[in-house]
Design a protein around this ligand. Structure first.
Ligand SMILES: [Zn+2]
Length: 346
């Protein structure tokens, strides 16, 4: 039986997470023959088979076990660890875990049809039946607007158990995280691949091997948004390259003192970035190590590189800042190889 589900249309970030969650859950149900199609900020997933409630899957059982361990020990283990690490609102984590346990028991892929969001009255709401979608999972609350929230204020954005479960699963598997710590403050950059058009679910699952990870670094200075994707792709596993057009949805949340903020978001050409990193890794064995050094010492250089790869610009300025970030001759030699690759792009 051909079945078709549709993400609800919360916003591009949440829907992309939900799409990743759907694909992952289908895989746990043994359904790999599926196609994902982008429709604006939403996704249609079509597959062969019958998919209903999530609670019988090994994936849900594993998360429920992890939640049980957390309840007893207060230690966020297993799949909860990434959520805890990227979370900027410490006060909500206990509720987050218990909400997720409850939601998983009720979540049902069959609920995701046209008109879902309206039917469940999801959105800014005081409803007790819905679950708060925390800022990490939905930083936008609209389209690419910069806003600032104090932790106590505002009516929360709430969703149903199915959306909450899938957004969390999508976050665990489909969003790479770079967490920059500064004492008790946190700056978290999140990145999730999104097909621009149509893609096989298998391709999404392969991409999830790159996105199920997260990295935490300590750094006093700022982290430009555009430094994170290049760092993540450069230090990740060997790249998988697909013919499908891919975008990368990037968003950032930060905790500074008592404030949590959704700072900025962007959609980048992921395929172009992946192809560049594959070329660089082919020529420069030491590139993953160099990218790891740059992200703490000079992330602005990574951001400049990304900007050039995506949009072109002043190659001389990029070359100069690359050379300036170098300590010795081997690095200068590598930098000039890198500039040769860049010169072919535009
Ligand atoms: Zn929902």
């Amino acid at each position: 039986m051909r079945m078709r589900v549709l993400t609800p249309g919360h916003d591009l970030v949440t829907d992309t997470l939900i799409m990743h969650g759907i694909v992952r859950v289908l895989a746990y149900m043994g359904i790999y023959d599926a196609v994902v199609e982008r429709r604006g900020e939403r996704y249609i997933v079509e597959f062969d088979g019958w998919a209903g409630k999530l609670d019988k899957t090994d994936l849900a059982r594993q998360i429920l076990l992890d939640a049980e361990v957390y309840r007893e020990t207060r230690r966020p283990v297993g799949l909860l660890h990434k959520i805890n690490e990227a979370n900027i609102n410490l006060a909500v984590f206990d509720n987050w875990v218990s909400d997720l346990s409850q939601a998983l028991l009720d979540a049902d892929l069959g609920e995701l049809s046209e008109g879902h969001r309206e039917k469940f009255e999801e959105g800014r709401s005081r409803s007790k039946k819905l679950v708060t979608l925390h800022i990490t999972l939905s930083p936008l609350y609209g389209r690419y607007r910069q806003r600032e929230y104090s932790i106590e204020e505002g009516i929360q954005y709430k969703v149903c158990n199915t959306c909450f479960s899938l957004a969390n699963i999508g976050f665990m598997y489909g969003a790479a995280a770079l967490i920059v710590r500064r004492g008790a403050d946190k700056d978290v950059i999140l990145m999730s691949p999104a097909p621009a058009d149509k893609i096989d679910a298998m391709d999404i699952l392969l991409l999830q091997r790159l996105t199920e990870t997260y990295k935490t670094i300590e750094r006093v200075g700022g982290m430009p948004l555009l430094a994170a994707p290049l760092y993540w792709l450069s230090t990740g596993e060997t790249l998988y390259v697909t013919d499908a057009d891919l975008e990368l949805v990037v968003w950032r949340v930060a905790k500074s003192g008592n404030f949590q903020r959704a700072l900025d978001a962007a959609t980048l050409n992921l395929r172009r970035l992946m192809e560049f990193v594959a070329d660089v890794k082919y020529v420069l064995d030491g590139w993953p190590h160099a990218a790891g050094r740059l992200v703490t010492e000079a992330p602005e250089v990574l951001a400049l590189l990304t900007e050039y790869v995506l949009y072109g610009g002043d190659l001389y300025a990029v070359a100069r800042s690359l050379a300036a970030s170098c300590g010795g001759k081997p690095c200068v030699d590598e930098a000039s190889l890198l500039v040769k690759i860049l010169a072919k792009l535009w």
